[in-house]
Ligand binder design. Sequence first.
Ligand SMILES: Cc1ncc(COP(=O)(O)O)c(C=O)c1O
Length: 365
Amino acid sequence: MDIKKLALPHLLDIKPYVPGKPIEEVKRELGLDDIVKLASNENLFGASPKVIEAIKKAAESVNFYPDGDCYYLRRALAEKFGVKQECVVAGSGVDELIRLLCVSVLGPGDEVVFADPSFVMYKISAMAVGASLAAVPLKDSYMHDIPAMLDRVTDRTKLLFVCNPNNPTGTIVNKADVELLMKKVPDHVLVAFDEAYYEFVEDADYPQTMEYFKQGRNVAVLRTFSKIHGLAGLRVGYGFMSEELAGVLHRVRNPFNVNSLAQAGALAALGEDDNARRVSELTWRGKKQLYKELDRMGLKYAPSEANFILVDTGLNSQKVFEELLRKGVIVRPGAFLGFPTCIRVTIGAESDNRRFIEALEAVLP
Ligand SMILES: Cc1ncc(COP(=O)(O)O)c(C=O)c1O
């Protein structure tokens, strides 16, 4: 069987997503016991106990299909954010919402604009539907170049992603740049703001993009329970968009795209604002700790508004990654992220961060 004849040719050009190395895999491969994973921007402070309780309770009913409408979760999100329930789409993580947006609006020949390097799923999902990519290099190494992104918009552009804060750099697109984008972008372009790390942002110059949604602009705002609420393993994210666009996503999504444990956990997490605040404060504290240590070591890093930091080691990051692995510290090597000399490290508790710094000091020349 010739796969080139069977599969759609444009799919064979996709480089598969490379996830952070799982703890169990490192245990198996290196025979290590004590491992800290700082590779996937997970919440290292854990989900709130009330959320775990809600998930356990929901487990008693797993013989039933989930609510395919995510009625209670979407209703709670609509109330919390002051929007119509019809404008809320729940998904199996923001990953799925990115995929659904691409499937809903892009076809072969349509164009999608995004920053590069940025979150790789924009590229993968757009390639999966045969769209043409306009990948716009970051400026000053780490920042979205909004004027350059606008320059790439054409009559064929249907979708433009803004990753804010950006993964893997952690940098934000500020109010003025988003204002410029929204002033200049033609109405036929759907602007998708991926705000997976929204709750971690400290900078007062961070834009509130929900306002554009509320003004009826052609935008989608994507958020997740994976990060601030510590529910990455459950896979649940949500998006705000026009009722009409939401209707298209509902047509193409799987009928039960958010499982019942995820719905119960996410609903409970919405009542846990104190826990969310605690996680963001601990993350900020961890960020300061890491900045101080990285400064002391003379290492360059991108200014982060998220729960991770992109650190430039100046070396082949695959080698640094492998040596850190042998010390039981999993980070993300930069090659796949578009920064071959950098490693991306998730901010954890004080002891996680210390362990990372000690290992890094031992590994670097
Ligand atoms: C910018 C960005 N968007 C989306 C996601 C995926 O989030 P989810 O877990 O909700 O699928 C990630 C995950 O790391 C991310 O960094």
